[in-house]
Design a protein around this ligand. Structure first.
Ligand SMILES: Nc1nc2c(ncn2[C@@H]2O[C@H](COP(=O)(O)OP(=O)(O)OP(=O)(O)O)[C@@H](O)[C@H]2O)c(=O)[nH]1
Ligand SMILES: [Mg+2]
Length: 366
């Protein structure tokens, strides 16, 4: 804003001066008669003084030059935003971890600390809990809100949870499904449950093959189930017999292959299993993992079995486990779908076909 005074012998001349200097938009604030100071004023005629103001022209807003609107720039910007969000999330998490005694947290840190400790109570590994917490912060969870956040936690957890039961299709016949895993975790029992479900409940043609021929009892166990369910069974003592068995089952919808369990100490000897898998690639290989397995053992088992070509996970014996956080570790680290959960010895009842809701509820609420 520019304020100026103009003097002239009369109003018109004063206004002309204003116009000349400030232009037609000038505002007149005051017009008054003035005399020069001192003696001069006494002898000279009074002057007209006009006070005028010119509002500064409106400032042009500073316009950010438009970003190149091509896809590449947008993606770059998105990437940058993601990085910032992820960094923010890491910072909050780190400050919580640094403050082990749990006191003195801000209103943002406090709920996060509670969520993290609740997740650790499920038995999951700290890096899994951190991944969930980080994602919650990253998603912009309103932590000032007074809530238990359980819906938000479940939603985030589901990002890592895939479920995938066996699907029988017309195109792929027979679908050959292996069950593998360590000893005594429920492979044979689960095959019996699945065979009953797919044959008795859903009406598919199901055949059983066992390549677990080390113990007579193992063969007899599966044979007994086959008789009860009334489906055919083939016992394969070697690779040739296995191939023949599959040929005999050519018109089946589904063939389950029961394999010998390996003790955890003996996991290096998976070569025989690998040979069966290589001779005719199964459509699916389900690794059965005991829900009570200790975290240290999980790593060993995954390292041994995943190279066989595991496609799905079965979480067994949840009725005997104290908590289920390990299931989240399992799904998160492998990225594999969970096909079934077993929850007891009864055949065929104790088998669950899980969905993501069931899995998060199991992990968080038991
Ligand atoms: N509590 C409980 N027991 C189960 C479950 N599934 C199987 N079992 C029991 O676990 C024991 C071993 O089951 P199997 O099916 O023989 O296990 P496997 O993996 O075939 O064992 P191996 O062939 O010896 O490696 C049996 O007593 C089953 O009844 C389950 O979900 N819960
Ligand atoms: Mg068995």
């Amino acid at each position: 804003m520019q304020v100026k005074k103009y003097r002239a012998p009369d109003v018109k001349q004063a206004l002309d001066k204003v116009k000349q200097e400030l232009g037609p938009d000038a505002l007149i604030l005051e017009t008054r008669k003035v005399r020069a100071k001192g003696l001069r004023g006494l002898f000279q005629p009074a002057m007209i003084e006009v006070t005028a103001v010119l509002e500064s022209p409106p400032q042009q807003p500073f316009v950010v030059p438009p970003l190149q609107n091509d896809d590449g720039t947008k993606k770059e910007l998105e990437k940058l935003k993601e990085m910032v969000k992820s960094l923010q999330a890491q910072t909050v998490l780190q400050s919580i971890k640094n403050d082990d005694n749990g006191r003195g947290g801000s209103s943002v840190e406090e709920p996060i600390r509670r969520i993290r400790s609740m997740l650790l109570d499920t038995g999951m590994q700290p890096d899994s809990a951190d991944a969930i917490v980080q994602e919650l912060i990253y998603e912009g969870l309103d932590l000032q809100r007074n809530a238990d956040f359980s819906d938000d936690i479940k939603k985030v957890m589901k990002k890592w949870i895939r479920c995938g039961p066996i699907e029988v299709t017309e195109e792929k016949k027979p679908k050959v499904v292996f069950l593998v895993g360590t000893t005594g975790i429920g492979k044979t029992t689960t095959i019996a449950k699945l065979a009953a479900k797919y044959h008795l409940e859903e009406g598919f043609k199901v055949g059983l093959v066992t390549v677990d021929t080390y113990r007579i009892a193992a063969v007899e166990q599966l044979r007994t189930y086959a008789e009860i369910i009334n489906i055919p069974i083939e016992v394969a003592y070697n690779k040739e017999e296995y191939v023949k068995a599959l040929r005999r089952f050519a018109d089946m919808d589904l063939v389950f292959v029961d394999t010998a369990g390996r003790s955890q100490q003996n996991l290096v000897q998976l070569s025989e299993l690998r040979e069966f898998v290589q001779i005719r690639k199964p459509d699916e290989v389900h690794l059965v993992v005991n829900a009570s397995l200790r975290q240290e053992s999980l790593k060993t088992i995954l390292t041994a079995f995943l190279p066989i070509g595991v496609t799905h996970l079965i979480y067994s014996k949840i009725d005997e486990a104290a908590n289920y956080g390990m299931l989240f570790d399992l799904l998160r680290t492998t990225g594999l779908p969970l096909s079934y959960i077993t929850n007891g010895q009864r055949v065929p009842e104790d088998l669950k076909v899980p969905d993501a809701d069931f899995v998060v509820d199991l992990i968080l609420e038991g």
